[in-house]
Design a binder for this molecule. Structure first.
Ligand code: PLP
Length: 358
């Protein structure tokens, strides 16, 4: 029996043909494919601008810098995320301030944000974890009340929505197209915005602060995407709806049949795109035992994330010792099961059977 992987890049002949076309064109670096990918991605998110970059981490750094975040500033974010969110804040010279999460959605608890605001707070950076958006109405209201910038880490939420509005359209949006993400280009990222000034700054930050070739107006990096990546992204975009429908079908199947552990909660008005299907192992059972049981049955599972960001050594060196009870509890309970679009119904049934043996 073949193992069931936790994720698998969905590559068809159209991705292969798109890559060959770029290779044969002789134009490998940022060029016309990237421009087209940006245009279509902006359309998907319902925003005026999309700026393609090398990866999701670069998207976060560019978004923060374009919003003038720097030394002395504080950025409010969640401790229950991939390390890149906090590292991007630190790279700008700003300090991450963590706010605990809601144990049902694993996203930042909007009720707790206001109490974390200080005179140094410059931005709120919510993360739409596992494919479900944060409660953006509440978060937007807090940001507006205090004059704060809003930057969304939508790296796990391409195509997700909240009350009819797309991820990446509430503030400055940041996306990742890493090989395991819902839409992938191997490595890759995107910034989205309706703000002309932020868009222009991101384009400059992406390429050594240039507006006009070899005239440099600010300090920048090389955060550019290759046309090779963009070509894969364009092929993936064409199938995004189908791939998302498949993930939703798979999640629905798991929801209906899993009995032994608590299934994920989807908030009213949220268009979940199921980057991960994450259950909680509690009630006296040990998560590590369940991981072992699944692995022995030939099913790969994931733990995102075993250590919350505020407990990581590199972060504790900056912020000291803080306690986030819900995030710490969830770090001990979460378990992600395969939900990717290439799962067969037979494999879904196997996953359910093994989980329900517990
Ligand atoms: C993947 C991811 C990132 C970073 O993206 P890369 O493309 O790997 O740099 C940032 N935040 C979250 C929540 C992610 O899942």
């Amino acid at each position: 029996m073949k193992r069931i992987p936790i994720s698998k890049p969905d590559i068809t002949d159209s991705e292969k043909a798109a890559v060959m076309e770029v290779l044969e064109s002789g134009f490998l670096a940022q060029g016309p494919r990237t421009a087209l990918f940006e245009e279509q991605f902006a359309q998907l998110c319902g925003v005026r601008h999309a700026i393609a970059v090398s990866n999701g981490t670069c998207a976060l750094v560019a978004a923060l810098l374009a919003n003038d975040i720097g030394p002395g500033d504080e950025v409010i974010t969640t401790p229950f995320t991939f390390m890149a969110t906090a590292n991007a804040i630190l790279f700008t010279g700003a300090k991450p301030v963590f706010v605990d999460i809601d144990g049902e959605t694993f996203n930042v608890d909007p009720q707790l944000i206001e109490a974390a605001i200080t005179p140094r707070t410059k931005a709120i950076l919510p993360v739409h974890l596992y494919g479900q958006m944060c409660e953006m109405e509440e978060i937007r209201a807090v940001a507006d009340r205090h004059g704060l910038k809003l930057i969304e880490d939508a790296c796990q939420s391409v195509g997700a929505s909240y009350k009819g509005k797309m991820a990446g359209s509430f503030g400055t949006g940041t996306f990742s197209f890493y090989a395991t993400k819902n839409l992938m280009t191997g490595e890759g990222g995107m910034v989205t915005t309706n703000d002309d000034v932020i868009a222009e700054k991101c384009r400059m930050i992406r390429s050594h602060g240039m507006k006009q070739r070899y005239y440099h107006e600010m300090v920048g990096y090389n955060f550019r995407m290759m046309d090779l990546q963009a070509a894969i992204g364009l092929a993936q975009l064409e199938r995004l709806e189908t791939m998302t429908a498949r993930r939703r079908f798979n999640a629905g199947f798991l929801n209906r049949h899993i009995e032994a552990v608590s299934i994920p909660k989807v908030r009213e008005g949220c268009g979940h795109v199921w980057h991960q299907y994450t259950v909680r192992v509690n009630g006296g059972r040990k998560r590590d035992d369940v991981v072992r049981h699944m692995n022995e049955a030939g099913i790969d599972v994931g733990v995102y994330y075993p250590v919350p960001v505020h407990k990581q050594k590199s972060i504790q060196a900056v912020i000291g010792d803080v306690t986030m009870p819900v995030a710490e509890k969830m770090a001990g309970e979460v378990l992600s099961l395969p939900v990717h679009p290439l799962l067969s119904e037979e494999e879904l049934a196997m996953i359910v059977a093994e989980i329900n043996k517990l």
